[in-house]
Design a protein around this ligand. Structure first.
Ligand code: ACO
Length: 317
C-alpha cells in the first residue's frame, strides 16, 4: 500500500498591509466593528501588477526549498484559486512554465475557499495511485481584484496570499483521509460574476453574510465530525485544528461545539483576513514555521466556501 505525506509547506504574503484603521479612511466602518464581528485586524494586498500566480510562485519555491527539492522534481500541479490570472490557460499551467517542469499535468480547481482542500485531496490520490511522486497542492488568491472597495459588507473581509504543500510518497499514511462536498443549491448566497453569465454583477464578491455564517458553522461541525468518525477518533485526539480563516467567530463557534480549546487551533485571520483558497495552507505554514506544529502531530484541516463547497483532511504531519 502506498501513501502520501506532506514533505514541506510554504507560503507568501504580499508586502502591502492594509489595517482596519486604513479602511476607516476609505469606508463607513470602524476598527471596533471589524474586530468584534470578524476578528480581523489587518490583511495583505497585492501590489499593482502582482498576480495570483506571482504569489503562488513564491509560496511554492518556499515549500520546495524546505523540502530540499528542485522545481524539476515536481510531477503534478493542482492549483486551487477563485481569482485566476486568466480565464485560460489555467493558473497551474502558468505556474508550471515559471517552474520549468514542462510536460507534467497542471490544472486549477475553482471551488472558492475550499480550493486547497480539493487540490490536496486530488494530489493525494495521484500520489497514492502511483501517478505522481512529488505533487504540489496550492491555494492562492488575489481577492482584492474582485472586491468592491465601496461595499463595506465585503471589503473588510477579503485579502491576498498564497500557500502550498509538496506531497511525496510514504510508507505510513501522512494524509489519513480527505472528505469533499458541494451543494450548488446555495450558489446565490455567495458568488462573484465575471464569467459568461452576463446577468450577474461583473466580478465583485456578493455575499449574504448572515446566512453564510449560520450554514458555515453547522456544515463545518458536521464535516469535522465526519472526518473523526471515519478515522475512529474523538476531537481530543487532535493536536491541531487548522480551520479556514474566514471569521474568528466561526472558528470559535466550531471549536466550542467540538469542545476543543482555542490553544489547539491555529488562527491567522487576525493578520491575514479571508484569503479564500490560500487561507488553510497559509495557516498550516505559519503553524509549521512558528514551531507549533511538529512532525508526527495529528492535524485536521477544514474549509467552507462559495458554492457551497466544503471539505476536510486529517493528516499526520
Ligand atoms: N462596518 C460597519 N458596519 C457594517 C459593516 C462594516 N464593515 N458591514 C456591515 N455593517 C452593518 C450592517 O449594515 C448592519 O447594519 P444594520 O443593523 O443597521 O442593518 C450591521 O452592521 C450588522 O450586519 P450583519 O451583516 O448582520 O453583521 P454580521 O454580524 O452578520 O457580520 C459578517 C457580517 C462578518 C460578514 C458575517 O456575517 C460573516 O462572517 N459571514 C460569513 C462569512 C464567511 O464565512 N464566508 C464564507 C467563506 S468566504 C468565500 O467562500 C469566498
Amino acid at each position: 500500500m502506498r501513501y502520501s505525506r506532506i514533505a514541506a509547506t510554504g507560503s507568501y504574503l504580499p508586502a502591502k498591509v492594509l489595517t482596519n484603521f486604513d479602511l476607516e479612511k476609505m469606508l463607513s466602518t470602524s476598527d471596533e466593528w471589524i474586530r468584534e464581528r470578524t476578528g480581523i485586524e489587518r490583511r495583505h494586498i497585492a501590489a499593482d501588477g502582482q498576480t495570483t500566480v506571482d504569489l503562488a510562485e513564491h509560496a511554492v519555491r518556499a515549500a520546495l526549498d524546505a523540502a530540499g527539492c528542485k522545481p524539476e522534481d515536481v510531477d503534478l500541479i493542482v492549483f486551487g484559486t477563485t481569482t485566476p490570472d486568466l480565464l485560460f490557460p489555467n493558473c497551474g499551467v502558468l505556474l508550471q512554465a515559471r517552474l520549468g517542469c514542462r510536460g507534467v499535468p497542471a490544472f486549477s480547481v475553482e471551488t472558492a475557499c475550499s480550493g486547497f482542500m480539493y487540490a490536496l485531496s486530488i494530489a493525494d490520490k495521484f500520489v497514492r495511485a502511483g501517478e505522481a511522486k512529488r505533487a504540489l497542492a496550492i491555494g492562492a488568491e488575489t481577492l482584492s481584484r474582485i472586491t468592491d472597495w465601496t461595499d463595506r459588507s465585503t471589503a473588510v473581509l477579503f485579502a491576498d496570499g498564497a500557500g502550498a504543500v509538496l506531497l511525496e510518497p510514504a510508507e505510513a499514511p501522512g494524509i489519513l483521509s480527505t472528505h469533499l462536498h458541494a451543494d450548488g443549491a446555495y450558489s446565490n448566497l455567495l458568488y462573484s460574476g465575471g464569467g459568461t453569465d452576463l446577468s450577474k454583477p461583473r466580478r465583485a464578491i456578493t455575499m449574504t453574510g448572515n446566512d453564510v455564517f449560520k450554514i458555515a458553522v453547522n456544515t463545518l461541525c458536521k464535516s469535522i465530525e465526519e472526518a473523526l468518525v471515519a478515522n475512529g477518533l474523538q476531537a481530543t485526539a487532535l493536536d491541531w485544528l487548522v480551520p479556514h480563516q474566514a471569521n474568528l467567530r466561526i472558528i470559535q463557534a466550531t471549536a466550542r461545539r467540538l469542545d476543543l480549546p482555542m490553544e489547539r487551533v491555529i488562527t491567522t485571520v487576525q493578520d491575514h483576513g479571508n484569503t479564500s483558497a490560500a487561507s488553510v495552507p497559509l495557516a498550516l505554514d505559519v503553524g509549521v514555521r512558528s514551531g507549533k506544529i511538529r512532525r508526527g502531530d495529528l492535524i485536521l484541516l477544514e474549509a467552507f466556501g462559495g458554492g457551497f463547497t466544503w471539505g476536510s483532511a486529517l493528516i499526520r504531519y
